[in-house]
Design a protein around this ligand. Structure first.
Ligand SMILES: [Ca+2]
Ligand SMILES: [Ca+2]
Length: 394
């Protein structure tokens, strides 16, 4: 009996350990460079290509190890990497198991505050290269957390993830170089994406499959414009403009673990589904606010096929949601698109962009096709009967 309980304990421990492990090594840079001293009071420690190693990573150009206590007000995890002039870090990992979509979450900030030209951060993998600006307008902390699809790989494939700075103006001697705080790489397997909810024609209608949330941040995860349904950080949804992925731990979320906050006019999410022409469908969804002090009246434009309707969400910014619905007819031949878009750009009192939240999108067929017989086919039928009668007479 004792042995059994020990086995259960170790299995539990093992599951816990594997669940918390990231695909990347040293994803939060808390394992320091080889010759760095924990007692050092220097906030910026330059890495030397010839004499320093950084666990899990290789680096090139001007790269510095940053310690908490600097003006970056680093959150719980106190160390980060500054990518200055031509600074670049990279790590190679091997995909294992079933083919999966890889979604990277990372925190980025500006290295120094009294600078004039923003450098951007470029994240690249074999299938993608994306540039992120570090403007600081989406959060009250200097840190911005982004979620981004980096590619899809199967068992044994080797993936080189590269993160580097890119100066906008190479002549400027007052460049705000990016600092990378924590990263988290999530693999979403093809079979988990294909899981069908029998009561919902949409996949990922509850926005539960998306980027990982960072332990060190309570500001949600930003997702930038992404035109593809299958190569998106939010599975089966394209991203219009910039939206914020919010978690139930730090925000009000109506259903499940996550929802989407729309951050501006014409920003939003969109999906597509092959539907039967003429059939009637019912689109149900929840709109509200994520309890992040975003108050006001928000208009959300909901479009499904050729039907569109505006919904007004009244929010006092303390967390609320209501169920709404829209009835529409399927377009048939091509896929029917379903979208949720903001109509206004709102800011909180502290200047942070915010907006309405959408969650729990459920599509059901409310009535099958009640197609009227076409006039053309009726005439052809009458003609055939007439010809038949004529042959009978001959
Ligand atoms: Ca860190
Ligand atoms: Ca949800």
């Amino acid at each position: 009996m004792k042995l059994q309980s020990q086995t259960v304990f170790f299995m539990f421990w093992f599951l816990l350990a594997t669940a918390s492990a990231d695909i990347l090594q040293n994803p939060d840079f808390e394992r320091p460079p080889s010759n760095w001293r924990a007692t050092s009071t220097a906030q910026f420690f330059p890495l030397d290509e010839n004499s320093t190693t950084l666990p899990g990573w290789t680096f090139l150009g001007k790269v510095e190890y940053v310690t908490a206590g600097s003006n970056l007000s680093l959150p719980r995890n106190g160390h980060a990497i500054l990518l200055a002039d031509e600074g670049k870090i990279n790590q190679t990992f091997t995909a294992s198991g079933e083919r999966a979509q890889y979604i990277l979450t990372f925190a980025v900030a500006r290295g120094i505050q009294d600078c004039s030209t923003n450098a951007s951060l470029v994240v690249s993998a074999p299938d993608s290269t994306v540039e992120f600006s570090v403007s600081g307008k989406y959060g009250k902390q200097p840190w911005q957390v982004y979620g981004h699809y980096i590619g899809s790989w199967g068992d044994g494939e080797s993936v080189n993830l590269v993160i580097q700075s890119q100066a906008v103006d190479s002549e400027s001697n007052s460049t705000c170089w990016p600092v990378v705080g924590d990263l988290s790489l999530l693999a979403i397997t093809s079979s988990s994406i294909k899981v069908k909810d029998k009561d919902n024609l949409l996949q990922n209608g509850g926005f539960e499959l998306g980027p990982a949330f960072l332990e060190s941040s309570n500001e949600g995860v930003l997702m930038d414009s992404e035109p593809s349904l299958t190569e998106s950080a939010l599975e089966q949804w394209t991203i219009l403009g910039t939206v914020k992925y919010v978690d139930a731990k730090n925000f009000f979320v109506p259903e499940g673990k996550a929802a989407v906050e729309i951050l501006g006019a014409s920003a939003g999410v969109q999906t597509a589904k092959q539907l039967t022409r003429g059939s009637e469908y019912n689109l149900q969804f929840m709109l509200g606010d994520a309890n992040d002090s975003c108050s006001g009246d928000f208009v959300v434009g909901v479009a499904a096929g050729s039907s569109a309707q505006n919904f007004t969400v009244h929010s006092n910014g303390t967390g609320s949601a209501k169920k709404y619905s829209l009835k529409f007819k399927g377009d048939g031949e091509s896929t029917t698109s379903i979208s949720f878009q903001g109509y206004t750009t709102s800011q909180r009192k502290d200047g942070v962009f915010c907006g309405p939240m959408v969650d729990a999108v459920v599509l059901t067929e409310s009535r099958g096709c009640r197609c009227k017989p076409k006039m053309g086919s009726v005439l052809v039928g009458l003609l055939l009967v007439a010809l038949f009668k004529l042959f009978e007479l001959i």
